[in-house]
Design a protein around this ligand. Sequence first.
Ligand SMILES: [Fe+2]
Length: 323
Amino acid sequence: MNQHAPIQHDPSTHDLIQIRPKDLAGRFPDRPFPTRHSLSGHSLLTLPSLAELARALPRDQVEYSAGDLAPNQRPEDVKMLNLSPDEVVRRIETANAWMVLKRVESDPAYSALVNDALLSVARQRGFATLEEAGFHDIQGFIFVSSANAVTPFHFDAEENFFVQIRGDKFFHIFDNADRALVSEEELEISPAKHRNLAYREEFEERAEVYAMKEGDGMFVPYLWPHWVRTGSSWSISMAITWKSPQVSRNNTLLTANAMLRSMGYPQAAPGSRPVLDAVKVAGLRTARAVVEPLRRSERMRRALRGLVFGRKANYYYNEDKAA
Ligand SMILES: [Fe+2]
C-alpha cells in the first residue's frame, strides 16, 4: 500500500480545483494525482441544500443503503434503509448511511457549479472553454455518508475530479492495467451488473491510498478500480465527471461486448480487432438513437432497463427490500 500525502493550497489562485503543473504534464489523464479545491462551504453543498436536492431529484437518481459495508460487499446482502432520501441527508450524522445523488447537473444550479469547477481545470490546461478541453457529457455525483461508511470495490466508466467537501475520506485506488484484479469480462459495461466487483484482501498491497480532508481532492482516471471509506465523522464529497469522445466510444464498445457476451458470444478485448470494434460501436449507436426518445420518463427508463438487461438492472429501487 502506497500512501499519498495531501498537497498544499496555493493561496494566490482563484481556481476552484487546483492542480500542480507537474501533475497535469506528467500524470493527466492516465494516472491519479492529488489536487486541492475551494468548494467546501459552498451553499449548494451543505446538508439543508442537499436534503432539498435529494427530495427533488427523480427517484432513479438517488441511491442509498446502510453504510457499514465491506470492500468485497455482496450486492444481495446490502441493507436498505427505511427512510426517505431527504431524511437520510438530514440524519446523516447518526443514520449509518451511504448515499449518492446522481447526475446532479440536471438541476441548473448544480450544473453551473460542476461546469465552473471543470472550467478552472480547462484553463489550467491552457484551454478557454470546456468544449476545447474535451470535457463532454459533464455530470456530478454527490456522496453523503455517515462515519465509517464504505463504498465497495468498483470502477467508473468516466474520468473525474473527486473533491472532499466535509469530513475525511480514504480513497484506495488500483492500476487499471492490472488484470489480476479486474478481468476483461468484469470491465464490460451492463446495467444488469451490480457496480460492486469481487475484491480480495491481498489486493490491498497494490493500492495507492489518498487520505483526503476538507479541501483535498484527486484525479480518478477512466476505469481505475477503487474502494472508499469515510473517516470517523460524516462526510460530503463530489465526483465531477466527464467523457472525452474516446471514452464515450470505448464505453459503447464495452456495452456492445457485454450484450454480445450475454447472448453467448464472448468478445475480444477492445483494440484487438479494430474493424469489428467499429462495426459494434456503429450498430449500438444506431439502436440507441431509435430508443432515446422513449427514455424521457423515469417509468419508461425503468421498463427499458428491465426489458433489455433483466429485473436486476433496477436493483437500486429500494422499495422491494426496505419493506
Ligand atoms: Fe467510484
